[in-house]
Structure formats: structure tokens, C-alpha cells
Design a protein around this ligand. Structure first.
Ligand SMILES: Cc1cc2nc3c(=O)[nH]c(=O)nc-3n(C[C@H](O)[C@H](O)[C@H](O)COP(=O)(O)O)c2cc1C
Length: 296
């Protein structure tokens, strides 16, 4: 491991501030003082990790938050749970209509069933707190329809808006939990196995699961685990209009990000993610959620 990689690892696990002398020179690919060997990967990692002058507690926590999948044997107090849920509700919401519902899943049987239906991830069952954020147009539509019986039905645009509301609320909960020292992990696999999830959680027409999130205090091991490296900013941002990225640029970025050769990375992403059976099941299930929403 290079010195820079060591510093990055220490920084991610210590909670300390990265010292200014480790910052890369402005606009240069190399890091300063003593880190000339850090052209390329080391330099851009440091650039992303260096705490800027406008760092504060919230920004620092956003940098350091990472998913937590192993939990300490410590319950989340009802006070903290309420705070996390209240912070979710403080999130921006389209038209301030709160087009989502939060299901607090405490039933052990449901937790176990979800840990199986969500691509067999046993830590879901072990999470001290499990919240489902569901897109929900049902509550509002029921009321509108009661006053205007011939009104149109919720359409795909309404689903997208409600889905966005639900995910934004979920992220507020994640950030609030982190501020209380409580870890979390999203479970994208909640989008799989339409029939099972719908029945388990009694989800109705004009609702759809958007985010399942596990919460719990991190185990010692999770506290020490390094946060996965992020995609470089330059690769993500463009000015004013969408910028097409040459395949060669993406390959180079992936090689830097994962310290592996591009062929292995793409093979692994395709086998384990993009073309994996879970991804195909997920797409089939999402089509069913949408068909159910749009059906007469
Ligand atoms: C929409 C979404 C779905 C995810 N689904 C899962 C999941 O099913 N299982 C899991 O272990 N992590 C899941 N994650 C967590 C990601 O793997 C994690 O955020 C990513 O690897 C970056 O790591 P970090 O959160 O520790 O920084 C999900 C994250 C998001 C945003």
C-alpha cells in the first residue's frame, strides 16, 4: 500500500481531519509536499478527500457516512427512532404533499421474509430498525376522488413524483441516523418479488416500495471498515448540457476507482449486477408495480 493509500485509509477510519499539507496542489494532478509519487490515483483520491475550508460538521459527516451492514448489540431508543422519522418528514416534498408512507417493520416474521425476498441478505432480519419508504398516492387520491368522483387516475408522472418524495425522505432519515451515530443501509432488492412484498406489507394500488432501509449501531468492524472510494467529480459533472463520455474515459475512470484492469471490472459488474438473475427479477417486478399502478 502506498503512503497516500495509508493516509486515506487512516483518514476514513479515524474520524480525524486530513492535514492541509496533504492537499493536492490546485489544478495539479500531483499531491503536494512529499507525495510526488501520487500522480493519478493517489492524487485524485486525496483531492476528493481533502477537507475544504468550508468544511463543517454536516459536510464532514456526509463525506464520512458509509453503509452499515453489521450491527452492535444495542437497540435504537424510541426517542431516536422518532427523531429519525421526524427528520425524514422534514425532507422536501413535491407540493408539500408528502406523497409517501413509512412502514416501521418490527414483526420478526416479516423481517425474516424480507431478508429472503430481498436476494437473501440476512442482515436485514438482524437490523434493530427497518423502515420501508413507499411511494403513496393512495391517501391523497382517495380524498380527491371522494370530492371529484370523475377525476383522472394517478398516472406514471404521479408515481415518479411520489417515488422521488419517498426516496428523498429516506435519505433524510439516513443522514439523521448518521448524526445520531446510527448506521444504515439501503436495500434496493425490495423492488424484487412483487407478489411477496405486496402481500407481506399489505401494499395497495397507488403505492409502491421505493426504499427499504436497515438501521442499527455499527459493529466495531464496521466502524473500522474503509468507506468505498467514490467516482471522481469531473466524471460526473458537466456544464449546462449533457456531455457524452467516450468509453475509453469510463474505462480509465473504473480502473482508477477499483485498482483493477477494466476487463475484470466490466466482467464482474455485468455478471454480479447488470445481467445477474436478481436484476432480471427486479425489472420484471418493477414492471408489475407499474402495471398495477396504471391498471383500471
Ligand atoms: C438504491 C440503493 C440500493 C442499495 N441496495 C443495497 C442492497 O440491497 N444491499 C446492500 O448491502 N447494499 C445496498 N446498497 C448500499 C450500496 O451498496 C452502497 O451505498 C455503496 O456500495 C456505497 O457504499 P457506502 O454507502 O458504504 O459509501 C444500496 C444503495 C442504494 C443507494
Amino acid at each position: 500500500m502506498t503512503s497516500c493509500a495509508k493516509i486515506i485509509k487512516e483518514f476514513l477510519t479515524s474520524g480525524k481531519k486530513l492535514r492541509r499539507r496533504w492537499a493536492p496542489r490546485q489544478g495539479s494532478g500531483a499531491c503536494s509536499a512529499g507525495f510526488a509519487h501520487c500522480e493519478g490515483r493517489g492524487a485524485h483520491l486525496l483531492r476528493r478527500l481533502f477537507e475544504p475550508d468550508n468544511m463543517n460538521e454536516i459536510i464532514s459527516r456526509l463525506y464520512k457516512r458509509k453503509s452499515v451492514r453489521v450491527y452492535a448489540d444495542k437497540q435504537i431508543s424510541s426517542k431516536d427512532k422518532t427523531t429519525i422519522i421526524d427528520c425524514a418528514i422534514q425532507a422536501p416534498s413535491a407540493g408539500n404533499l408528502s406523497l409517501y408512507s413509512i412502514i416501521d417493520i418490527t414483526d420478526e416474521k416479516i423481517k425474516k421474509a424480507l431478508s429472503i425476498s430481498c436476494d437473501n441478505q440476512p442482515f436485514i432480519e438482524k437490523a434493530p430498525m427497518l423502515l420501508l419508504f413507499a411511494a403513496d398516492y393512495k391517501k391523497l387520491y382517495d380524498v380527491i376522488q371522494s370530492k371529484f368522483p370523475n377525476v383522472r387516475k394517478p398516472d406514471i408522472g404521479d408515481l415518479f413524483l411520489a417515488y422521488t418524495d419517498a426516496v428523498i425522505a429516506a435519505q433524510n432519515a439516513v443522514v439523521a441516523a448518521d448524526a445520531l451515530g446510527i448506521g444504515s443501509c439501503y436495500i434496493g432488492d425490495i423492488l424484487e418479488n412483487y407478489e411477496t412484498v405486496k402481500e407481506l406489507l399489505n401494499l395497495k394500488k397507488y403505492t409502491m416500495p421505493a426504499a427499504l432501509v436497515c438501521f442499527g449501531y455499527p459493529s466495531e468492524g464496521q466502524l473500522k471498515r474503509a468507506k468505498p472510494i467514490r467516482t471522481p467529480r469531473d466524471y460526473i459533472i458537466s456544464k449546462n448540457t449533457y456531455e457524452e463520455t467516450p468509453v475509453s474515459t469510463t474505462l480509465k475512470m473504473l480502473e482508477e476507482k477499483h485498482s483493477d484492469n477494466a476487463e475484470n471490472i466490466i466482467k464482474s459488474v455485468n455478471t454480479r449486477k447488470f445481467s445477474a438473475p436478481f436484476a432480471l427479477e427486479m425489472s420484471a417486478s418493477v414492471k408489475k408495480w407499474i402495471q398495477n399502478w396504471l391498471s383500471d
